[in-house]
Design a protein around this ligand. Sequence first.
Ligand code: B12
Ligand code: SF4
Length: 567
Amino acid sequence: MENRTSDIATSHTNSHSGSFETHPKGTQARILLTSVFGPYAQDDEFGSRSINPMELYHNQVTRAQGSFSLRMFHRSWGIMMIQANISAPCAVLDFPTRDDFARELKANQYDVVGISSIIVNVAKVREMCRMTRELSPQSVIVVGGHVSAIPGIEKMIDADHIVRGEGIAWMRRYLGEDENAPIKHPAIVSGMRTRIMGIRLPERKGGTAATIIPSVGCPMGCNFCTTSAFFGGKGKFVNFFETGDDLFEVMCRMETELKVKSFFIMDENFLLHRERAMQLLQRMKENGKSWTMSVFASANAIRKYTMEELVELGVSWLWMGLESPQAGYSKLQGADTRQLTRELREHGIRVQGSTIIGLEHHTPDNIMAEIEHAVSHDTDFHQFMLYTPVPGTPLYQQMSEEGRMLRDVDYADVHGQFKFNFKHAAISREDSKRFLDWAFWRDFELNGPSLYRISRTLLAGWKRYKDSPDARVRERFAREMGRLSGIYSSALWAMERQFRKVDREVSDQIRALRGEFKRESGIMSRMLPAVLGPVLLWTTRREEKRLARGKTYEPPTILERSNWVEA
Ligand code: B12
Ligand code: SF4
């Protein structure tokens, strides 16, 4: 395993070159860490795009599902991680407007302003550097995150330091702290302001999973993969928590602090590190922990486990790349992904597939069949993304050398949900968008709302494991089923009616599933739909109308201070 203090985090220093410079005030320096400003889901001159909202599901997974789309926001975990691991007074400003950012700069004398951004938001970084120079001229400006991989970024923005790769070690070093000190994991609630079918779900303590970030990067090194490339590329990654024991401790702490039993494991390929996962399982068993985990993993990594091991580990949600088998990615080697998906779902594991549109071998003649193949996996969720050479990746390097990168494509449009940013051998830029949109629509039309699909997988898991000899496993399924069966049944009642106009067959399948829920679950599930079902149908239809009028959602602005002393 790569040590997290490897030489991965490098920095370009605009003002000085040569040896590493530390801040003169060290840990007394006052730090502001901020994400880029919103609003996001609109078209503007700073690179916001209405088709690129600050949302995960609605941006790239359920965006064609109308009122059934899962809407939620996620905090900027990178800067939260940095804040938790420095002892200087630090404020994290998440999702500010320009006014919020200006106000914060003026209200406090910051010594360092750290801006976190990905590539699409480079124009916002430029503007935030400009604003900082004007409103807080004494501040040193540090820019980090994926935006730093843009070639020539030094000339595009007015920053003092541009940090590539892992930022905790860099910031600790900059403040003169021990960069090798153990990582302290902040308490992170994974999502917020969740909406579906026109209602915002209540937020109660422990109701939403905690995010755990065991490592960053991925050693598989797929040619297009920006996270892998950013943290060292093939064969490398940066580990925050080496062992299953370390992870177990962090998770216990989160269980107590956030009152959760459910974890979103933010690791590009969590299951690849089998030794760590199995040690974690061992500790969970010894301590009777009935936890639930959502993980990312490649098919070849999943194959290292039996279904029982995955279930015992509490894996209930799995995000897996389904790239075309003809593309030859080693992460898929030997895997029949359709069979694997079916099997996982039969064991109650919700699968989120991820398919790339516009691979090198795709042509207008074969792309429909490839999309049909992807959709036939019948995953619970399906992300589609355009093949996109992103700065910093081997693919970008190769395309640049071949002279195939398109000039004049605004970085704000390089997010994989619009049009190609390179010259494809067989598919035009315009068609790339048509095929992408069709893939989303086809998946929705054929397989129905994701909410229906996850209810089906949950029920399959419950039926299989409700009498499991392992008390931890029994408890987990009973917990999910007990809490959700009435809600799911009511949602199915409404979905069945609303989906009739999209596809009668799917509507009938939803009805059949509702019948099964009725048979399998308790009194709430039988009674609740009569009351809640019509309400949900009404809110769903109201939401459809709102969306048709162009309604969008934005994350709230959040300001959190640590080690703070008033100036
Ligand atoms: C959570 C997430 C989101 C959240 C938003 C989070 C937020 N508040 O911004 C949501 C779901 C909304 C989202 C949306 C999008 N995302 Co996103 N997202 C992620 C995800 C899954 C996790 C990010 C994370 O927390 N990682 C863990 C932390 C610890 O790592 P980190 O953020 O990189 O931070 C480290 C370093 O980068 C650095 N660092 C970061 N900031 C700073 C700041 C300073 C000052 C310093 C010194 C260092 C530093 O230090 C940190 C600790 O090591 C990543 C994938 C991934 N595995 O990282 C994609 C990822 C960041 N997203 C990506 C993309 C493309 C998007 C979208 C365009 C959607 C899309 N079409 O794919 C939209 C953009 C929305 C918008 N309008 O801006 C790409 C970025 C590609 C690139 N090269 O720019 C990634 C890498 C996914 C991928 N593999 O393609 N995303
Ligand atoms: S397996 Fe997934 S995370 Fe790892 S390099 Fe490939 S695409 Fe990236």
